[in-house]
Design a protein around this ligand. Structure first.
Ligand SMILES: [Zn+2]
Ligand SMILES: [Zn+2]
Length: 142
């Protein structure tokens, strides 16, 4: 189950959808799965828009561990600290005896994305025209 919000710019019509949680499409993703870390043995199957570089990093982390576990995975809204562009990304966490791996996402402007907070949501601007965005439409999905 998850929830989503659709922001629509009144000026230019630009639409951004934000999602939170885990939906049907992620249910195959067993977060209790352990990966005995053997070279080439691990395959992370993430659907959707996820950066190939992030997948590579995560796989490298797993392969360098003795045993690794996907501890968490869910969709999470992010916002760019610099340009204010916001989007939905897959947050996940892999734990092993070496420590924890979390993906770091970067905006096209080169700046780091951080988690979008409830407070941010009240002051979101359109990335296309800079116009302040009105209250979004809410939706639920499973
Ligand atoms: Zn706009
Ligand atoms: Zn940016």
């Amino acid at each position: 189950m998850g929830s989503g919000k659709i922001f629509e710019c009144p000026e230019c019509g630009n639409r951004v959808e934000l999602y939170e949680g885990i939906g049907m499409m992620w249910s195959h993703f067993d977060t209790s799965m352990f990966y005995p870390a053997k070279k080439g043995s691990c395959e992370l199957n993430f659907y959707g828009e996820i950066n190939k570089k992030i997948i590579k990093e995560a796989q490298k982390f797993i392969e360098e561990s003795e045993i690794a576990r996907v501890a968490d995975a869910y969709l999470q809204p992010y916002i760019c600290e610099k340009c204010g562009k916001f989007t939905t990304k897959l947050y996940f966490r892999i734990e092993s005896e070496k420590g924890t791996y979390r993906p770091k996402y970067f905006c096209r402007c080169g700046c780091k994305y951080r988690r979008l907070t409830k407070k941010d949501e009240k002051h979101l601007h359109c990335a296309e025209c800079g116009c302040e965005l009105p209250v979004p439409k809410e939706l639920c999905w499973d």
